[in-house]
Design a protein around this ligand. Sequence first.
Ligand code: SIN
Ligand code: CO
Length: 392
Amino acid sequence: MNKIGQLSVEEFLRDYWQKKPVLLKNVYPDFECPIDPDEIAGLSLEEDVESRMIFENGENHAWELKNGPFTEASFSQLPKEKWTLLVQGVDQWIPEVADLLDDFCFLPSWRRDDIMVSFAPKGGSVGPHYDHYDVFLLQASGQRKWQVGPKCNAQSPTVENTPLRILQEMEVTEEWIVEPGDVLYVPPMYAHNGVAENDCLTFSVGFRAPSENEILQSFTDFLSVEASEETRYSDPDVRDSSDQPALIDQDSIERFKSILNNAVSDAAIISSWIGCHMTESKYPDLHQPLEEPLDWDELAPALSEATHLTKNEMSRLAYTEEDNGIKLFGAGLVIGLSYHPSTTYLAKLIANNRHIDMEVLLPLLEEPACQNLLLDLINGNHVYLDELETDE
Ligand code: SIN
Ligand code: CO
């Protein structure tokens, strides 16, 4: 898509992305919601699905939080108004919801987190708050009143006696009633509050940005796996310490600093870490390689029965450009290095697209190296064969 609502992608990225909220009207004309509230409620009963409910006037206190999985009984005891059910990672479970992510391909796919879906009856809201990540709030059905306010920070006063971060006060800078197909974009830290006008479903297309803390922890864990036990701190030029043996002198500090600097200045290690870290699955326990890996003789006949190759909803694939090729990452691992133009082409095609038409794929698979790459991706559970309806 080269437009998002009334804006060109270029205008959106230049003027709004990570800068200020904007309501994008009618991004999806005649939007057809791919799920209904019953399906969302059904997902929230599942053990593997992350879900929660928020009650503005809870039994015990205001803005009460209940974590799923829920039961049928949880749904029979709900108040009439002012509650919200939120289900995380709906794109991981419902392929039609995952397909919506393609519309955000103007942003790197490895920056995406998931699509959270909320259902709320009239008056339902999660309260005025801010998030640490960018979010596109797609109104999927019903109407919602959205208000946005200024940027907040950790010092912004929040309501006490609730586990939720609800702003005590929210100055309203803009307000709209959104309709199905409208998208509100909210950058990190901006106050926002959406209250259902009637039964409504909202899809939050959330992005992720690792915190400095996460980056440092994960990078140092990654480094320490690779780091040698043999290379050690050494000080052949040490000075006589007799007058102050407890002093960590400037020379010693410099020696440590150079070990640390060497570790963080290796561009290949940094890019490998980014590839691994940013492709970790959202729910790694649920995204495992095939228990019984296929070989080419088993896969080949199945290819002719499928219409498409589809990226697994749980898989994040990304690549870095290397000299004469690419390095492909998925599920937190290096899948492979490709220096051959045909495997490089195939790897990019698969990483950049959610569905690939078999007619496009089959001619590429004459090359044995491409067959092996596809097998790795199928056996690693990154892609699967699909029978999508075609327009003809
Ligand atoms: C909602 O869907 O009710 C809230 C989403 C958000 O504010 O991030
Ligand atoms: Co929010």
